[in-house]
Design a protein around this ligand. Structure first.
Ligand code: NAP
Length: 291
């Protein structure tokens, strides 16, 4: 656990590249104006990472917003870290085409991190035995684009411990990142230990419980104790464990608020009080039944 408020604001991936601990989540950011406004606020607040996905239908808007806004902040493409994800409809034989489509939507020569969004394939029931073959085929496509330098790092999202073991036993290139739901009510001990074992960076999504956790009285009490907001406390709880976070907001003030994570430390007691909320609660989708 990091103890210093000035602790590093990035993590080293197994590719040798640094990934920012803070990125802007973009799920439900739609349309050129909304994306432009949020990216502008995020760059102003110091965000240097952005998390998109084919299914969010905002890759083109994100690419355009960055092209328009980076010069305003004296930044170049190399200064930002862009993540996108292969949609479940493109798992399997369509994976290469799906990843190339993301590159073309973003209008980028390369994507910093590209993830398989979901272990299953759209249109197949969870127990369909074609899912493992489709995952392997998707991974091979990502490996190929990684070798060509078009996907600088590749990884997965929503994989269970069993999916992770299946992948590391068969892959040519190890996954760099596993992105899953993670917050005090879902501490994911087993997945974190699998990631540590295989050298995979464990990354959080829905750190604010999709906004619902910020009103939890047990969270607001910790926030009151340290004179911070509930959102800052929830995000700090993760980054203090070196877990990168991706808070989403479309509101400029909240985007700024969510970035103020590196100038305070939660006491061990407050960290423990938050971790004690763990009850396996998921605010998002549950991949545990996908074979
Ligand atoms: P989240 O970040 O936990 O919560 C977002 C919600 O909290 C929004 O309704 C937002 O409303 C509100 N909010 C943000 N900052 C706030 C603050 N300071 N105080 C009070 N409310 C605040 O939820 P999420 O969007 O589910 O997750 C974040 C990102 O993770 C996504 O955008 C996406 O990039 C990624 N994600 C990935 C997956 C996956 O399957 N890989 C799944 C889910 C999410 P306003 O916009 O109105 O501020």
């Amino acid at each position: 656990m990091s103890s210093s408020p000035s602790s590093t604001s990035s993590v080293l991936l197994n590719t040798g590249v640094q990934m920012p601990l803070l990125g802007l989540g973009t799920y439900k950011l739609w349309g050129p104006e909304d994306v432009h406004r949020a990216v502008d606020a995020a760059l102003a607040a110091g965000y240097r990472a952005f998390d998109s996905a084919a299914v969010y239908k905002n890759e083109a808007d994100l690419g355009r917003a960055l092209r328009e806004l980076l010069p305003k902040y004296g930044l170049t493409r190399e200064d930002v870290f862009i993540t996108s994800k292969l949609g479940p409809k493109d798992q399997g034989e369509k994976a290469m085409q799906g990843a190339l489509h993301s590159l073309s939507q973003l209008d980028l020569d390369y994507i910093d991190l590209y993830l398989i969004h979901w272990p299953g394939t759209q249109g197949l029931v969870v127990a369909d035995q074609r899912n493992p073959g489709n995952r392997a085929e998707s991974w091979a496509a990502l490996e190929e684009l990684h070798s060509q330098g078009r996907l600088k790092a590749i990884g997965v999202s929503n994989y269970t411990p069993a999916h992770m073991r299946e992948l590391v036993q068969t892959c040519r290139i190890s996954p760099a990142v596993l992105q899953v739901e993670f917050h005090p009510r879902l501490c994911q001990a087993e997945l974190r230990s699998v990631c540590a074992e295989y050298g995979v960076c464990f990354q959080a999504y829905s750190s604010l419980g999709k906004g619902e956790l910020v009103t939890d009285p047990r969270v607001t009490e910790v926030a009151k104790n340290c004179a911070r907001t509930p959102a800052q406390v929830l995000l700090r709880w993760a980054v203090q464990q070196d877990v990168p976070v991706l808070p989403k907001s479309s509101n400029a003030d909240r985007i700024k608020e969510n970035a103020r994570l590196f100038d305070f430390t939660l006491s061990d007691m407050d960290m423990d009080r938050l971790s004690a909320l763990d009850c396996g609660h998921k605010y998002c989708w549950d991949p545990s039944e996908v074979v």
